[in-house]
Design a protein around this ligand. Structure first.
Ligand SMILES: [Zn+2]
Length: 336
């Protein structure tokens, strides 16, 4: 009962987005519930996808995307190579065994679906960013070739054939190592971090609730920066004390070469700075698209100018990155 207002809020906001221009582009999505009864009508999940489509009206939308919805669990992901989303309708809270209110399943779905739109459109908007989904595809392809070569080697006893397969295997393995090495770079992690930021932003913009994703994911344990839900709370204030705690955590990740941790943590302050900028305007449904598009454009331009060349992790000042992005977004939002 406590969470009911959010449900009402989401429905009202979806309706308040109004009738879209005729030129609006929509996705075509097949929803698979595995025959299970969902906590909310399947149509309401379609409504979530439609709200995101209409928020980013003219942006390219995925076609033939498969969405598999599970009743419970913690699995939620978007796969570019598979053109699919797996999402959970009732997010399972780990320690207590409780599940979250079904509205949060809709927020998680909006997050995953935003990844698909962000990926498609960012690939066009920034060549530097677009390199990465292709690198992931290449890594998958090379891994499949390695598996095939391994199967073939197991099936032959001919020494000449085995020697040839071994040589081919070594060449493909070397190519795969190079791609995987690039997928450990700060450039790749930064591309992931803006993708996560934007996928969190859209449910926040749609609901005008800065804690939408935080509340959806928050588990029982205490908030801290290693709890990935806190860093996704747009209402968290980054005063000097919190900012230095965050900065310590980020410094530790960089020093220990745990760059993947930056995926959610790297742009935590930006979430807060952006909420400060949009918390007034986002209450008016007429402003929501403008906000979402302006921020997309800044992220594309900033990534292209900052990360077009391979860079050493230590040369990225993550605090400045957050501050400069916030400044650019501020300026963009002031444009007519
Ligand atoms: Zn995500």
């Amino acid at each position: 009962m406590k969470q009911k207002p959010f449900l009402i809020c989401f429905v009202i906001i979806c309706a308040a987005l109004g009738s879209p221009a005729e030129t609006c582009r929509y996705s075509s999505i097949e929803i698979d519930t595995g025959g299970s009864k969902m906590p909310l009508p399947v149509q309401s999940y379609r409504g979530v996808l439609k709200s995101v489509d209409e928020l980013l009206c003219l942006y390219e939308k995925p076609q033939g995307l498969k969405l598999s919805l599970q009743t419970k669990g913690t699995d939620a992901r978007y796969s570019f190579s598979g053109n699919e989303i797996a999402s959970v309708a009732l997010y399972e809270k780990y320690q207590s065994g409780k599940t979250a209110h079904p509205i949060y399943g809709q927020f998680i779905l909006a997050h995953e679906y935003t990844h698909s739109i962000f990926t498609l459109n960012m690939m066009k908007a920034s060549a530097a960013w677009g390199h990465w989904p292709n690198a992931e595809l290449k890594a998958n392809k090379l891994q499949n070739i390695l598996n095939d070569l391994q199967d073939k080697a197991a099936q032959t006893t001919d020494p000449g054939q085995q020697a040839l397969l071994k040589k081919q295997y070594a060449a493909v393995e070397k190519a795969l190592r190079q791609v995987l090495y690039s997928l450990e770079s700060i450039n790749y992690v930064a591309a992931k971090a803006i993708n996560e930021f934007y996928a969190d932003l859209i449910p926040v913009v749609l609901t005008a609730n800065p804690r939408a994703i935080y509340q959806a994911l928050k588990v029982d344990h205490k908030d801290n920066f290693s709890d990935s839900s806190l860093v996704r709370d747009f209402s968290q204030t980054y005063g000097q004390q919190i900012l230095s705690r965050w900065s310590l955590q980020v410094g530790k990740m960089m020093k220990n070469n745990e760059l993947t941790g930056l995926r959610y943590t790297g742009l935590a302050p930006l979430r807060s700075f952006v909420w400060e900028l949009i918390k007034g305007p986002v209450q008016n449904p007429a402003n929501k698209s403008k906000i979402a598009i302006a921020i997309f454009q800044v992220l594309a331009q900033d990534y292209q100018s900052r990360f077009a060349q391979p860079m050493a992790a230590e040369s990225l000042d993550v605090t400045n990155w957050n501050l400069q992005l916030a400044e650019k977004i501020h300026k963009k939002l002031l444009e007519k």
